[in-house]
Design a protein around this ligand. Sequence first.
Ligand code: PGA
Length: 253
Amino acid sequence: MTNKLVYFVGNWKMFGDLKSIKVIKSVDKFYKKFSKGNKKNKLVFCVPYTLINFFTRSLKSRHISIGGQNCHHDSNYGPFTGSVNASMLKNSGAKYVILGHSEKRAEGDTNQIIKKKIKSALEKKLKVIFCIGETSRDNKNKKTFLVLKKQIRDSIDKKFDIKKIIIAYEPIWSIGTGKVPKIDELQKTFKFIKKYLKIHYKPKSVPSILYGGSVNEKNISMFSKIYDINGFLIGGSSQSSKKFIDIIRNYYK
Ligand code: PGA
């Protein structure tokens, strides 16, 4: 087993209330012991806005960070009913923010809007988890690489501090469906994304790239075989401490 840094990021979507802190506390308790075996991980829970401040105050964990799931593209206050900006997220205790998730793209986020959101989040010193991914039609038509390249190029400006951006590859057809790509497809896709980032942005070190889409405690051992995967964005299975813990455990089995 390698000693590379591996992210386990939970995306709670529109789930959870104040009592749900117990899920994260159980993970924290487990990980305190588990990490003594020299594991190098970052654990993040991206939760609804309503829980961020309460969770960061009650958690005080060395191992777990809290993040948001979106932010408005304007970093100033403004007349945007229902919105929260990067500065408000930061102020509430978030360290990370998911941007470009396909569920937000479906509600109207374009590559250009996402680019403004990334800029604003980076300015406010949030780490960005930037989601990209193709539809099943793109996949069938062999357009995956084209789509991913455009999503990256149109949303990550060359001037951005790419060190602060984590990419999450989430095929849309895999989110919440139980379907996952085949190992060899994933290997090729991760190689492609890494190569593209290297060539286009010439970073000192290539950003971490996570896989997301129906990750669970059973299929995690298959993903652990792919060296280029630097971690996971986990939706459904991150709402249960047992499943989340089993995912981490089984990754290292
Ligand atoms: P899932 O969601 O794990 O439930 O498929 C992943 C995501 O939407 O980030």
